[in-house]
Write a protein that binds this ligand. Structure first.
Ligand SMILES: *Cc1c(COP(=O)(O)O)cnc(C)c1O
Length: 482
């Protein structure tokens, strides 16, 4: 079929009418923004009265009525669905009562940054396309490098979260080891039982599932034993294996234990191993001068994972990785496709696409930069210190309840406790107790099992968690255990 220009023009006029609906005018935009703002205002002002957890999943069924169709719907309808079926179900991550797992954040200016990033849609993967956006992200990376004592010319990337950060670090470490795939089964990786599971996942995704993983025994505080680590490395070396990577946790997810970073760095240097510090949970406590000791030696790491969506209180979808050796991370991740030949002209700044698996990416810099600049660092420091003290306070006070046993004194902001009943199985009892707390949902806690012992965890990480929540929790526990 041939189609002449007159026919094309006629069809184009029709299509343009319809396609322009994708670019609504100012009055529609203002109206939508107003509706979203009303929703947000209601959501935030209801937070203190709403539960941290709703176990009932039935409201999600209504989502099916909103499957994708040819015709548009009204924003009001969509927001009503959000309220009922999304924001009213499961864990409410914005609630100060959320103290399970590792809670996230969601400081408001990040939403404004995301709004701007979505509207202007700067192409933040490549310096050539968005020099300002990339420079801004690199400035944030440099700030994190300074904070961790890394040289400013280290490389880094704002990732979508700690898991991808760990993956980037492990892939880089693998390539830097310069070992052929046929020898992967001789590679040895040292981690502790308390390492986050994203490390094992990254090892598998990096094609290293044949590598030997050594789980270093823990001390009574659940920290990696450096003596055991050193012994294992020596033994593996003398057996012809190829030790190449140590992963330490600066704040385990489970208990907030901090592995002895400085001493592990000694071993890593002595044996020339890649030393990765997974500080996804604990990293930003470095903002507190009093935490200096715990962080000693972190500047000696080869790479560090941070998670601004945890202890920098950002919304989910913001992680970071820092890698000291720019060349290594670049060699593992850069690629130049033919169609991208124009992009190499400028090398003023390293491009995110050269140091991560992503090409096109969300411009995450704004959601980080807006809150950091609008608030300044002081309120972040105050909130971090507050979290440490709240956790300490809980740990002290919960011991006033008869028959409560606690885990190790919290190094960060996670505490563990359990109730020891006089005449029934403690694991069963505490399982029941956590079920009751979750069914109620006013606060949300989670549990863990360490050496077959069932513990209930309190993780104070949310910027909205304050003394009132901890007092409520203590009172609630007292009542339940009376
Ligand atoms: C949360 C966490 C991760 C994983 O990060 P995501 O942002 O959830 O992908 C990795 N390591 C530790 C220690 C964590 O606490």
């Amino acid at each position: 079929m041939t189609i002449n220009s007159a026919q094309i023009l006629e069809e184009l006029r029709e299509l343009e009418k319809s396609s322009r609906l994708l670019d609504p005018d100012q009055s529609i935009r203002k109206n939508w923004l107003k509706q979203v703002d009303e929703y947000v205002t209601g959501f935030l002002s209801d937070l203190p009265n709403n539960k941290a957890y709703n176990k009932d999943h039935s409201p999600i069924d209504a989502i099916e009525e909103f499957d994708i169709a040819d015709n548009g719907a009204s924003l009001n309808q969509l927001l009503a669905l959000c309220k009922k079926s999304i924001d009213g179900v499961g864990i409410n991550p914005a609630s100060g009562g959320h103290m399970g797992y590792i809670p996230g954040g969601g400081v408001y200016p990040s939403a404004l940054g995301d709004y701007l990033a979505a509207v202007s849609n700067r192409y933040a993967g490549i310096f050539y396309a968005a020099p300002g956006a990339v420079k801004l992200e690199n400035m944030l990376i440099k700030w994190m490098c300074r904070l961790m004592g890394f040289p400013e010319n280290a490389a880094g990337n704002l990732t979508s979260g700690g898991s991808i950060s760990n993956l980037i670090a492990i892939v880089t470490a693998r390539d830097a080891a310069k070992v052929k795939a046929r020898d992967f089964d001789k590679l040895v990786i040292y981690i502790s039982e308390q390492a986050h599971h994203s490390i094992q996942k990254a090892i598998r995704i990096a094609g290293l599932s044949e590598a030997v993983i050594r789980y270093i025994p823990l001390d009574t505080q659940l920290r990696m034993s450096v003596e055991e680590l050193e012994n294992m490395i020596c033994e593996d070396e003398s057996n012809g294996l190829i030790p190449f990577l140590i992963n330490a946790s600066l704040g385990t997810t489970n208990t907030g234990a901090i592995d002895p970073i400085n001493e592990i760095a000694d071993s890593a240097e002595k044996h020339r191993l890649w030393f990765h510090v997974d500080a996804a949970y604990g990293g930003f406590f470095k903002l507190l001068p009093e935490m200096k000791e715990a962080f000693e030696g972190i500047n000696r790491a080869s790479s560090i994972t941070l998670d601004p969506h945890k202890t920098l209180f950002l919304p989910f979808g913001t992680g970071a990785v820092l890698v000291k050796d720019v060349k290594s991370v670049y060699q593992s991740h850069h690629y130049l496709a033919d169609y991208m030949q124009d992009t190499t002209n400028s090398q003023e700044e390293i491009s995110p696409a050269d140091v991560s698996p992503e090409l096109t990416k969300h411009f995450r810099g704004l959601r980080l930069w807006f809150p950091l600049k609008l608030f300044g660092l002081e309120p972040f420091r105050a909130a971090l210190k507050e979290k440490l003290l709240l956790c300490r306070y809980f740990y002290n006070e919960v011991q006033q309840i008869p028959n409560i046993e606690v885990g190790p004194a919290p190094e960060l902001s996670v505490a563990m406790f359990r109730f020891l009943p006089e005449d029934s199985d403690p694991n069963e009892f505490n399982q029941k107790l956590i079920n009751e707390i979750q069914s109620d949902g006013t606060v949300f806690l989670s549990s863990t099992t360490i050496n077959d012992v069932f513990w209930i965890r309190v993780a104070v990480v949310l910027f909205r968690t304050h003394l009132g929540h901890i007092e409520y929790l203590l009172e609630d526990l007292k009542n339940r255990l009376a």
